[in-house]
Ligand binder design. Structure first.
Ligand code: ASP
Length: 481
């Protein structure tokens, strides 16, 4: 990486950007409002329309200027100013969603080649596939233990807070309509590991079969000797190229997260109105609080402790390194879409060995979802409480196990956890329509759990590096240089 210019120089460049950006925002807003019709500033509506266009554009100019100082700062500005914009312009911000979508498309565009080449090249760099045994075992162990810990935390809190007790259930009946036939079974999860058609899976961004295929392909190439080397060289080169593409796409992140958050929250307010939105939130407040507290305990206490104890790294420094990825996870609600940023920030900012990160991050984004696992358990038990169903200890253990599996089966895309929740409900014989109770704020909680999912993967990369690779303390001291 090229070293960035000194801070004073970057500040000067930011000022320059602002000096050009702000007037440009005003002119652009004027032209847009003018094109929309009416004589300039003649009516209050015209002026309001102009302000509603100029102000968000000005915010974007500010974000771009802050980005000049630092990418992470730019992303933080994007998140904060998005909330400012939603507070000021509410529903009108819905029209900004396409800006966020542009960023999202760019991320999705690069996922398949990035994951494929990163995993093949990652396995290739292990040299001997037999070493994968250690890497694989540490990874699986880390994924299983942290997911289980998350579910147990969720189960504890939901039993203490009892959020379902306060949820009104209009016309709720005892679980008579058990076992809707549409849900996912455990067999479906196992089946989702392999694809009937790998090209089809790539086209549909189904990550699990892509990962299985990449692992097998990469492992086989390492056994081909000299003939395999040219294939691996190609994959290494392609991987390097993809990382550069990631770099470019990341430049879109600050304005992208602004569009995603302002657009999504704006639409929510436009659809339901601020009052209705707040009322919904109030009804589900205990449920939301239970999940948020659980996520906070897992994300801010359990995972940092594991990081510190296993790797000796400073959690504060580590979280700063992956901050951009976490904010992107929050704004996209997709672990898979965040893969490029997670990989980049874990390697570049935290100095984690590529052999660990390129194995753990793509795999983790698909199967290791601590936040989702916690959510599945809390949601299921909340729904049981709302129906007045008492779950025995044995049934709660079933919830814990299926919630863990359901999180593995959930894709790294927005609200995928909601789909696999059906499976958990079925496991203990609860009506699958119970999902309706928590639907209203799922899109919001999704963002928080996705952030914890990505944080869990990032920590996993460092843990696996330490446990499985013979790098004499490589990167353990933090970012290089
Ligand atoms: N949106 C989550 C993720 O991508 C999955 C979920 O819980 O819905 O990690």
């Amino acid at each position: 990486m090229t070293t960035p210019p000194p801070l004073s120089e970057r500040l000067r460049q930011a000022q320059r950007r602002l000096a050009i950006g702000l007037p440009l925002a005003v002119v652009l807003a004027f032209v847009m409002q003018w094109a929309a019709g009416g004589a300039p500033f003649e009516s209050a509506a015209w002026t309001d329309g102009f302000v509603a266009k100029a102000a968000p554009l000005a915010l974007v100019a500010v974000i771009l200027a802050v980005q000049r100082v630092g990418l992470l700062l730019g992303i933080i500005a994007g998140v904060v100013l998005a909330f400012v914009a939603v507070l000021a312009f509410e529903g009108a911000m819905g029209s900004w969603f396409w800006v966020g979508k542009f960023f999202l498309h760019a991320l999705k565009m690069i996922i398949v080649p990035l994951v494929f080449f990163a995993m093949v090249s990652g396995i290739g760099s292990l040299g001997d596939v037999r070493k994968l045994g250690r890497l694989g075992k540490s990874t699986v162990l880390y994924f299983a233990l942290t997911s289980l810990a998350a579910v147990v935390i969720g189960t504890l809190f939901v039993n203490v807070f009892q959020p379902g007790g306060s949820l009104a259930l209009p016309g709720a009946e005892a679980p008579a309509s058990v076992a809707a036939k549409t849900g996912m079974g455990i067999g479906d999860i196992v089946l989702s590991f392999v694809s009937e058609n790998i090209v089809g899976s790539m086209a549909e961004l189904k990550m699990l079969p892509i990962i299985v295929f990449s692992l097998v392909f990469g492992a086989v190439v390492t056994t081909l000797g000299a003939r395999g080397r040219s294939v691996m060289d190609f994959c290494d080169g392609a991987n390097e190229a993809m990382m550069k593409v990631v770099h470019i796409v990341m430049l879109l992140a600050p304005v992208g997260v602004f569009g995603l958050i302002a657009g999504r929250f704006g639409t929510a307010l436009a659809e339901h109105g601020t009052a209705a939105f707040l009322k919904e939130l109030e009804g589900l407040a205990w449920y939301a609080i239970t999940i948020l507290v659980g996520l906070a305990v897992h994300g801010a206490i359990v995972l940092p402790l594991i990081l510190k104890m296993v790797t000796g790294r400073s959690p504060v420094r580590y979280v700063r390194g992956v901050g951009g990825a976490l904010l992107t996870a929050f704004s996209t609600a997709s672990s898979s879409a965040t893969i490029p940023l997670t990989l980049e920030s874990v390697e570049e900012n935290n100095g984690v060995d590529k052999r660990a990160s390129q194995f753990v991050i793509p795999l983790g984004a698909t199967v290791n979802m601590n936040g989702t696992a916690l959510y599945e358990a809390v949601a299921c038990i909340t729904i049981a409480q709302a129906y007045g169903v008492h779950l025995t200890l044995a049934e709660q253990i079933v919830v814990v196990l299926t919630a863990t599996l359901a999180a593995i089966g959930a894709a790294g895309i927005p609200e995928a956890g909601l789909v696999t929740l059906v499976m958990v409900l079925q496991a203990v014989g609860l009506p699958t329509e119970g999902v309706a109770i928590i639907l209203a704020i799922d899109w919001l909680l999704d963002r928080f759990r996705t952030t914890v999912n990505v944080w869990g993967d990032a920590v996993g990369a460092a843990v696996v590096e330490k446990r499985a690779l013979d790098v004499a303390g490589a990167g353990a001291a933090g970012p290089p240089g």
